[in-house]
Design a protein around this ligand. Structure first.
Ligand SMILES: Cc1cc2nc3c(=O)[nH]c(=O)nc-3n(C[C@H](O)[C@H](O)[C@H](O)COP(=O)(O)OP(=O)(O)OC[C@H]3O[C@@H](n4cnc5c(N)ncnc54)[C@H](O)[C@@H]3O)c2cc1C
Length: 395
């Protein structure tokens, strides 16, 4: 957003300030690859300052509180910043401490996450010497970032243990609160068949209540138990605690905002971008990129006192690793579920929607380069930020 807005706002009239607590930026989709040794930490980390244009103030500090009534942001050290317009983009993080026993004695010993750099690195060293047993991949509850990532993890695990000649020693169980492999019917069917093909057991409608460290079991709210030797958990996701302290949060700490205009429900000069919002679409980097086009246009409308002209449609686009050098792709929005077809060019692809192909796997690998060089720098992609039906098949 800083890259986009700095081009349009005269420097003698507008200051742009970014506040972030950390100097480093992680390419989070890369965390999926680390447990299997496909990527190392160095492949997913860069300094934030690399991506910002001249003429933007960068403040490294934790935000303590947003005071929306008085247009102020209080920083942890006591400094207070005033604003005319505020964009909240504080993302979401896993909160394993919300589930009894999850962050217990076995945390990062036989219970892991792969949604943090620490978790994915701990899992990588565990897998190096693990001799097999019950591998349980569990989503505690929705919403989570990149809802396909746990499926990709399971597909990778199948391929990884097969390639190491020990697949027969590892039982993989995929345990989800959803009633199928994925949220939307067609994608759920396709991804559910892939799980079955790869001999990955699917357990649905399981809402994680607690983790029994002593007997190595996960237990849902209805009392159903599943034993594990290695638990890969996708814990409950929450917004940053600062959002709640600021009186801006819903039950999970996300900021309620208009899903089309991206304006906060509470303050007209506050806008919300990405995972921090309560938008009914995936929490995904592709979504942030598409939203940014709408936000750019609507911020200019707000500043120039015109009605909003852009409406975000919920567009999300995710490559899904399916193992053995193949991948799938889904493209959808608030109203249209993932459909089969070709992307981005009708009939030509080169990527296939809702089907496995090598090209889709290359798309996922290319995404890292695109992320560092195009998305973070706020450059244009040759893909419309609004979802298009071209290339999609309705049958
Ligand atoms: C394992 C995994 C796989 C994924 N795979 C994909 C994928 O294949 N495709 C895809 O599109 N997306 C994927 N994602 C999701 C994607 O990474 C996120 O959706 C995206 O990074 C969200 O961007 P954001 O700007 O909203 O939040 P973030 O990138 O999380 O940034 C939030 C920023 O806010 C800062 N912050 C928060 N609170 C404070 C505070 N109080 N004070 C100061 N600073 C604060 C943080 O330090 C951080 O820099 C994946 C994520 C994970 C974990």
């Amino acid at each position: 957003m800083a890259n986009k807005m700095r081009k349009d706002l005269p420097r003698n009239e507008w200051d742009i300030t970014i506040v972030d607590q950390y100097k480093t930026h992680y390419y989070q989709p890369g965390f999926l690859f680390i447990p299997f040794g496909y990527y190392k930490e160095a492949d997913v980390i860069k300094p934030k300052s690399n991506f910002l244009p001249m003429g933007v103030n960068l403040v490294y500090s934790e935000i303590d509180k947003i005071d929306g009534d008085n247009n102020k942001v209080a920083l942890k050290g006591g400094e207070v910043l005033n604003y005319d317009v505020l964009i909240i983009a504080t993302g979401t993080k896993i909160s394993p401490e919300e589930t009894p026993g999850l962050k217990g004695d076995l945390w990062h010993k036989s219970i892991f996450d792969f949604y943090t750099i620490e978790g994915s690195k701990a899992l990588a060293s565990f897998f190096k010497t693990w001799e097999g047993g019950e591998l349980v991949v569990n989503i505690a509850d929705m919403p989570i970032k990149c809802p396909v990532a746990p499926l990709e993890f399971s597909f990778f695990a199948d391929a990884f243990f097969l390639e190491r000649g020990m697949r027969d020693k590892v039982n993989i169980t995929y345990v989800t609160p959803l009633s199928g492999a994925f949220t939307k019917p067609r994608a759920s069917k396709m991804l559910g068949s892939l799980l079955a093909e790869k001999n990955i057991k699917l357990v649905t409608d399981f809402f994680l209540g607690e983790v029994d460290n002593e007997n190595k079991r996960i237990i849902d709210f209805g009392g159903q138990e599943i034993p594990f030797d290695c638990l890969v958990s996708i814990p409950i996701h929450t917004g940053d605690p600062m959002i709640e302290r600021s009186g801006l949060a819903d039950d999970l700490g996300f900021v309620p905002a208009n899903k089309n205009t991206l304006q906060s429900d509470k303050f007209e000069n506050v806008f919300v971008l990405g995972d921090a919002g309560n938008f009914p679409t995936s929490k995904a980097g592709s979504v942030v990129h598409f939203q940014a086009d709408t936000l750019h246009e609507n911020l200019m409308c707000y500043i120039e006192n015109r009605p909003f002209t852009s409406s975000f449609d919920g567009h999300s686009n995710c490559y899904i690793e399916t193992g053995h050098g193949k991948g799938a792709l889904i493209d959808f929005n608030y109203d249209t579920e993932p459909l089969p077809g070709s992307f981005p060019f009708p009939g030509l692809g080169p990527f296939g929607l809702l089907k496995e192909s090598r090209m889709n796997h290359y798309g996922k690998l290319m995404f890292r380069w695109i992320y560092w060089h195009i998305l973070l720098k706020g450059k244009e992609m040759p893909i419309d930020s609004q979802m298009t039906m071209a290339g999609k098949k309705m049958e």
